[in-house]
Design a protein. Sequence first.
Length: 424
Amino acid sequence: MNVLRKAFYNRPTSRSPQKTSSLPWYERSKLIIKLILLGVIGFSSALAVSLWVLWEEPIRSPISSLTVFRFLQESRLPTRPNKVVYGFLPYWNMCEVQLQPELTHLSYFSLTIAGDGSIITRENDYQEPGYNNLQSERFFELSTEMLENQGGVELVLTQFNNTDIASFLRNPQAHQQLIDSLDGVILAYPITGINIDIEPSGSGSARLRDDLTTFVTTLRTHLDTRYDSVQLSIDVYASASNNQQIWDIPALAQQVDYMVVMAYDFHRRTSTQAGPVAPLFGGNDLWDSDINQHLQEFIKFVPSEKILLGVPFYGYGWQTTSRDAQSHTFPNTGSTASISRVESIRDRSEELQVQEHWSEEALSPYISYIEDDEIYVIYYENSRSISYKLDYVNQLDLGGVAIWALGYEGDSRELWDVVARKIQ
């Protein structure tokens, strides 16, 4: 038997060179094992190098339901505790809103600035609704509840008319008029912060940028001199990151406690194609821009702890030509879609032939349905899309989030539960 075994292991084969076949079987086995080990080591080394290279590159899609985004080159970023959850409360949602425990700042929207710097109190023969509702019992109840829970109560000052904006910003006396009016409001109401929301249509000018910076600087100095702890924040378009418009971002960042980046309305009621309200990605290929592109610019000029990422608690819907993700819309059919409206449509799923969709590019949900033989598409936010946005906030270690707007979520805790899990 030993002779046969020796003959078997030493016989020439077509698959092995003669030199190898002349080795004893145990020596040849050791050689094979060494070759296998070298192959494994080589493959592992190549894989490790590949993973290292890929780890240094930004990842533009989630890797799991609890993902973080590779936005910067560092492998990890520290997370600041006590992030801000800033909620805008529009006066028209006063009766619908329920304050949630995650909310740190309640910001009443809004009082309107006139061209001369006064606060508008009347429209035609009626009280201006923002001014009127500020005096309501409901606002008193909500502000009292916030203060009892150690939260902040802020007041938004708005100006959307181009003529009024130019008249106000170019006139230092108008600045002083507004500041004087504000002193009366701060004394009369439990206000802990002022938010400036000046939004012109069209492009801005260098002069208006300088004038806005002058006004904000003057207001900052006044608040610091007159009050112990009244914060100052300003709202800016996401697109202001690469097109200054009316905002000089680096200069304003030095004067405010927070800068709210309104990272929504990438598609609007008037959009000619359906699309996401707040796409995290996809701007390079599918739409004009996305949140990721703009935030990369903002963090170059604004300390991350001062940035509040604006997130929508709403969506937009349109009558469309098809169920496609970017279907063409019919003119004048766009409308705001609250979360409760989306849920009511989903509750009629069979009747309306509802189809639920997900955009991997935008990381956003949308639904399509048929009503009265017409096709409709609604883009909105759900727990998954909000979760990704909050992962993004944590990855960049931003100051927090600013929600537009309280009340649009209805009675649902779906979005707030995500905030509770993700924002510490």
